[in-house]
Design a protein. Sequence first.
Length: 114
Amino acid sequence: QVQLVESGGGLVQPGGSLRLSCAASKSISSIYVMGWYRQAPGKEREWVAGNVGAGHTNYADSVKGRFTISRDNAKNTLYLQMDSLKPEDSAVYYCYGDDGARYWGQGTQVTVSS
């Protein structure tokens, strides 16, 4: 079992930046796949970004070029750097890990508004 805890959400103006963190309760070096989803009110959960193995990353088209996913195995933490934020990025962001079993964090709220 792995517990994942997100942090770093908040209120930011359009064009601003936030960095989300996802701290794991054990080493993430053995968690081959980690990533982020988001869910806005009234919408389905949407995959945002993924990090696979030794640094391969991919992104949803809606965030490509603005968001950067990374992991620090020494700190057992996954990150999502979000730049040039738009109101449509507002959602609860969830991190996940998959080592054969899927783990989820509890979510962190991101609100982009002026």
